[in-house]
Structure formats: C-alpha cells, structure tokens
Design a binder for this molecule. Sequence first.
Ligand code: PEP
Ligand code: MG
Length: 325
Amino acid sequence: RQEQYRALRERPSETRDGAKVSLMLNAGLLVDLPHLAETGAAGIGLFRTELQFMVAASMPRTAAQQQLYRAVLDAADDKPVTFRTLDVGGDKILPYMRAEPEENPALGWRAIRLGLDRPALLRTQIRALLHAAGGRDLKIMFPMVASVTEFDAARDIVRREHARLIRHGHPVPSSLSLGVMIEVPSLLFQLDEILERADFLSVGSNDLLQFLFAVDRGNARVAGRFDPLSPAFLRTLARVARKANEAGRPVTLCGEIGSRPLEAMALVGLGYRALSMSPAAIGQVKAALLDVDAGEISAFMQPLLERRDGAASLRAELSEFAARK
Ligand code: PEP
Ligand code: MG
C-alpha cells in the first residue's frame, strides 16, 4: 500500500473528470516538514503554532518563534503555508502559564479569546510571523472565532504590526492573507459578513462537529455518537463551501474527516477543492480521488442532502456509490 501511494506522489491530485483538489498537510513542528517532500503535498494547510509552545518548558521568545516560522517557510519553498495563531487553552494547556481551572474548558478562555485579552502574546506572535515572512507570501488564520468583531480586532492587530514594520524600514511579506477558521457554529450565521472581510476560510471540522452536536471530541463515550456523514453536518459543510465559492474566497477543510477517503470524496461532492490532513493520509485520499468523478458524486449527493427521511447518516449510500466504480 505505502509503495503504491509513494508511486502517486508525483501524480497531480485530481478527480477522473479533471477537478483539481489541493491536498495539503497539517503540521506543527520542525519534524513534520520532511513530510512535504515525502508526500508530494501541495503545501501546509494548517500549521498549528501552539505545538512549539506546548513542547517548550517556558514561553518561546520572539526569536525562537521567528526561527521556527522561517524554517517552515524555507522548507515549504514556494508551496503555500497557512499559519494558525496560538490555539491554547481548552485541552491544550501550557504548563508555564497559570490557568484558572474551568468548568468547561472547551468553551472557555482559549484560542483567539485569550489572544485578544492578552494582546501582547498575540502581537509578539504576529510580529514573529511578519518578520519571518519578509519578502514572501504570508497566510495567517485565527482559531475559534465566534463573532465578526473578534476577526476585526485580530485583523487590526496584524495591520498595526505590519504598519510598524514598514515604519521601521523592515522587509514585509510580499503578500498577506488573513483567514478565519470556521469551527464555532455562530459563524455559520455570519458567513456573509465574514466573507466580506476574510481573505479565506478554513473549516475546522473537529471542533465544528463538537460544537454543532454538543459532543466532547475527547470523550470516547460520546465522540463517535454522531456521524460527520450525517445530513446535518453535510448540509452545514455544503453551505460553507457554496457561500465561499460564490464569494470567490478560497476555502479549505483541515479537520480529521479530510483524512478519510470516503469523507474526502463526499467533501469534493460538496464543492471542496482543498483539504489539509495528516501526512499519512495523503496517499490514500489521493488514490480515492483519482478514482472518483466530481460531477457524478456532486449530482449523487444533491438529492441525498434534500431527503427528509430523518436518516442519521448517509454513510451507507456514499459507501455504495464509492464501491460502484
Ligand atoms: C479542527 O478543529 O478541526 C482543527 C483542525 O483544529 P484542532 O484539531 O487543532 O482543534
Ligand atoms: Mg479546532
């Protein structure tokens, strides 16, 4: 199997009918970078910057952050990289940061909330990113955004830091794109406003599923209770893709479901053309997509999504479709 996937490395990632699907990597540490060349991935769709903070014994200084980001951009060469700002709190605790115990950490003081309340931390990170990307393209996205005002505030911090670099005569990135993760359901009802402001969207399906169905993603008792291939979730994902495509804004999906061949096929049917996943999944997803017709899967899914029979999952139907060819 692995051999077979390796043989696909140089094959362009596209469906039978020629729809190009960009397959990218989720990464977070220097050790992940060789996977780019090994898998032939199109870039890094999600760089989890908190990993550097989680493995460190003390808060990484600006210089260390900058060094990592530069190394990532060097390794990616001309492939795109999307850095996500610190997503700590919740299940991701920094040992050296004193945190009040929280009753519901997943709903607590985390990610962009912490970043906006402790702007020095976010500013330092933004500064490190802007420095590291001098003369190159830079994409930054913000985690756990629940309202348009949070995105506006985060974007202001970036703009101020960018202006400051120019004022001090430092090199700036040749282009700067700012995106939002779609992982809190409230954003589903602010998509128009968000799409007017954000340069791109990235669906965090792990958290979106957790919050949409109110199931703790880390609790084995309930985590598998609702199928991502349920009409409710697929309709949600379809709407995000349609809105983003209509607005002409790139949309990527970077949660775990993109790593599974059947789910990846369904996502292509919903209009996704960029998936970011764990390195080990690239081969199997590419193999599956080479074998599927995007027009056919999309036409097959349309009536399925409109069915009103109360089915909990469309997995059986989608599996059957996949097996037919
Ligand atoms: C997600 O929530 O789907 C995601 C990609 O982010 P993380 O798994 O790091 O929360
Ligand atoms: Mg998430």
